[in-house]
Design a protein around this ligand. Structure first.
Ligand code: GMT
Length: 376
């Protein structure tokens, strides 16, 4: 099929998922066209079946805000026409679903019928989308998509609670290319570069937005390192990074915490990890936790949103109430206390990722594209 994928090209989970999906579809022989303002960060190769169309913005002194939706919908029309796309799969409702609706209307005038699949990822519903500034347009775009998917049951429920939704929402879990993580593990894991052999390694990967509660990551680690030798790897960048670095300094643990910034090598970094910390205030799925689990890492998370659908209490890790850093630290220590317990949690985490494998989820999206493409 000829499929257009619209996403944020950044390190955020929705962009990562959309990019991995596009690359996997191209591997299976589909013609995939990414339409966005930059080359997606994880798009590390362009094959003859994988294309990138840049949405260019014209600077004009009158505009205090650039009208991105206009540029995006015009680009969508151009690419659909030129490459005969059957489906536009938009990831993250704002403004992608709205722009896709406009593109669809413009294409109708030209006698073309493109289908719009909207995947809801989380903050587009729970934080930003339901805000009165955007709510009307987001609700409209969801109700006017041909197919709507959500990345967890929790997000489906949130969407139905926060909006007046008239169409069905299909839950399609985020996925992981488990083979990629197996390959990373087969390569020599240079753990010694980051920690002494007797030290446990805890990791956090995020966009360092307030929703991730990165101060709690530092607080949990601080309690853990008081009980056992340990290091903390902080991967990613964002508004709260400076605050987290400040807290690390104040607690006098700078020699034990390494800030690595944004990275394209998450799989490689995770091969060092024993426990992954995700104390978010809201998380519709927690793709970062799934990636950690695929790299044999147990998860300490909050019990919010879709996290209980990914992390299983007492098996792949533990879940605590938001802000309960003492409980999170206690649980981390339970996992890390001896090699045998740690090995069991790591193995369970890895095993659990099988149900979220690319092999299982990719055909679900392919079926969605096929079924909506035949609808008139
Ligand atoms: O985590 C973020 O803030 C980024 C955001 C995004 O859309 O890029 O992540 C959301 O989508 C991810 C992929 O589906 C989910 O794994 C995250 O849980 C979700 N984030 C939140 O709900 C806060």
């Amino acid at each position: 099929m000829n499929i257009g994928i619209v996403c944020y090209p950044t390190f955020g989970g929705s962009g990562v998922l959309a990019t991995e999906l596009g690359m996997a579809l191209a591997d299976k022989g589909h013609e995939v066209h990414f339409i966005t303002y930059n080359q997606p960060v994880r798009l590390d190769f362009i094959t003859h079946k994988l294309h990138f169309h840049e949405v260019l913005l014209e600077e004009y002194p009158l505009f205090e805000y650039q009208p991105y939706e206009l540029a995006l919908s015009s680009k969508m029309v151009e690419v659909v026409e030129k490459h005969q796309l059957e489906v536009l799969h938009v990831h993250y409702a704002i403004p992608h679903a709205y722009a896709a609706y406009m593109a669809k209307q413009m294409l109708k005038e030209k006698g073309m019928n493109v289908k719009v699949v909207t995947t809801l990822h989380g903050t587009d519903i729970t934080l930003v989308g339901s805000h009165p500034t955007y709510k009307t347009a987001v609700e409209f775009s969801i109700n006017n998509s041909d197919v709507v998917t959500a990345v967890s049951n929790s997000l489906k429920r949130d969407t139905q609670r926060l909006f007046n939704i008239k169409n069905d929402i299909e839950v399609v879990y985020n996925f992981i290319d488990t083979d990629k993580y197996d390959k990373e593990h087969q390569k020599e894991c240079k753990r010694i570069a980051l920690a002494e052999p007797h030290e446990r390694i805890l990791t956090h990967v995020s966009n360092f937005r307030p929703v991730k509660r990165t101060s709690d990551v530092v607080k949990v680690f601080n309690l853990v390192q008081k009980e056992m030798p340990a290091k903390l790897l902080m991967v990613g960048d964002g508004p709260d990074r400076v605050k987290a670095e400040g807290l690390v300094n104040d607690l006098g643990i700078s020699d034990k915490v390494i800030f690595l910034g944004n990275s394209n090598e998450v799989a490689k970094i995770l091969c060092y990890s024993d426990v992954f910390l995700l104390p978010s205030v809201s998380e519709s799925f927690g793709l970062a936790a799934l990636e950690a689990m695929a790299a044999d890492t147990a998860v300490i998370s909050t019990n919010t949103g879709g996290l209980p659908e990914v992390n299983t209490q007492g098996k792949t890790g533990f879940l605590s109430n938001i802000g309960d850093v003492e409980d999170m630290a206690k649980n981390a220590l339970t996992i890390l206390k001896d090699d045998e317990t740690l090995a069991t949690f790591k193995a369970n985490a890895k095993e659990h990722t099988k149900q979220f494998s690319l092999k299982n989820i990719l055909p679900v999206y392919e079926d969605i594209y096929k079924s909506c493409a035949v609808k008139v």
